[in-house]
Ligand binder design. Structure first.
Ligand code: ZN
Length: 145
């Protein structure tokens, strides 16, 4: 049975593991970005930045940041639309996600999304930030909220 002292030791060990785990967090093998074309689009408030794609066992992980166009604090309004089309221009994946602030004081927020299959060579990835609410067709509507 654990007494209080060993519980504290276990808890602090877990904390150390958690911290070191974060520092060495492995998202997977970085994807060769020269194999795809990446296009990002900004909204009035924010742009998509620092996009990274990782190969994972279960598919593909896309991570990036939403960064304010102007200096400011607090939550960045809107959402991120991600669309993947294959080399023939056929849409093979379309999803929306929301960015999360690691700190409300920062002027950028992280987003990540999983695609449940590998991204083929010659694919086109489009990542768009929209200020407003999501509509079914908003990824198709260029330059509109
Ligand atoms: Zn949308």
């Amino acid at each position: 049975m654990l007494n209080l002292q060993s519980l504290i030791i276990v808890a602090s060990l877990a904390g150390v593991l958690l911290i070191s785990g974060c520092a060495t967090l492995n998202y997977g093998e970085p994807y060769d970005m020269s194999n795809i074309s990446l296009k990002t689009e900004r909204s009035r408030f924010a742009k998509v930045d620092r996009v990274n794609i990782y190969k994972q066992q279960e598919g593909t992980l896309i991570r990036g940041e939403v960064r304010r166009n102007f200096y400011g604090r607090g939550t960045i309004p809107g959402h991120v639309d991600i669309e993947l089309t294959d080399s023939t221009g056929k849409s093979v994946f379309k999803e929306k996600t929301y960015s999360r602030h690691t700190s409300l004081r920062s002027h950028y927020a992280d987003f990540s999304i999983k695609i449940p299959f590998p991204v083929a060579k010659g694919s086109h990835l489009r990542i768009v930030h929209h200020d407003g609410g999501h509509r079914e067709d908003c990824v198709k509507n260029d330059q509109k909220g």
